[in-house]
Write a protein that binds this ligand. Sequence first.
Ligand code: TXA
Ligand code: MG
Length: 319
Amino acid sequence: MGTDIARAKQLLERGQLVAIPTETVYGLAANALDPLAAAAIFEAKNRPHFDPLIIHTNSLEKVLNYVEFIAPPLRKLADTFWPGPLTLLLPKKTVIPDIVSSGLDTVAVRIPKHPLTLDLLSRLDFPVAAPSANPFGYISPTTAAHVQKQLGHKVAYILDGGPSEVGLESTIAGMEENTVCVYRLGGLAISDIEAIVGPVALRINQSSNPKAPGQLKSHYAPRKPLFIGKLRELDADYNTKSVGIIAFGRFKSINPHAEIINLSESGNYQEAAANLFSALRRLDESACECIISELLPEEHLGIAINDRLKRAAAEKQDK
Ligand code: TXA
Ligand code: MG
């Protein structure tokens, strides 16, 4: 673990796995043009092979080496939000191995916004494929320590870029016919996308979709049960137990055994997003028996935060 970009570069060039910081979450990176290196990602994550990966690079010019074209509305989004928490599904060129796209004819592409990683990517002559650096189904890592704890023994190096500023995975968008579609809610709010390209279609699948397990109903999930409802009522119901509480805005528990994490006392969505995954991890690792929380107002990043909370609370049968 450290900030040695030259070392990260050398390891990636040798086909090894390196964890990289991004503004959304930490990624588990490998050379996206090397099928064997990409295969090692699935192995390390225990991830089903049908789940396609996102490729990361540092410039639009390089992106055009890997995709056939960028439809004008998506190009507008790229120009506006890259580097940033937006992934675009684009028709892939044949240089992208099938293992990366899971045999689909599109590839997911993103230019992440993190100085260390942009520096690293600018020194590489290939893109890196990188899913979130967590074991399949668990909460995504937002610090180098999270990665170290769960995948430390499986990666050659962890590039430590501090805590992820956004804290939610990227928003995934693509085109169907002439419409911009959003497939995963994430760190870029739908309202920000619509301000650039007008109304978008939501294709967020709540059920098990083999093409996009990030969309599995139970995903991003702690091991402990998480209950969502009216927080005051849950707090009263669980008053005698040791519970973990994830609150948003002003909240005071009546439970002397509660461990409370407030995502943002001032009710700021960005701050809440940046704190969400760390909060889930901390309570999962603490002594509490279960976690209680409530949904945020359905606006701006509150929508994506609620999506993650609901998935974290879902029954684990379809994981
Ligand atoms: O913020 C992020 O996007 C992070 C950082 C590391 O960049 N990465 C990330 O990757 O969240 P991952 O693999 O955990 O999630 C990628 C999602 C998956 O749900 C996958 O199924 C979907 O993107 N995906 C990738 N390529 C796709 C494609 N061609 N068509 C449809 N979905 C795709
Ligand atoms: Mg993931």
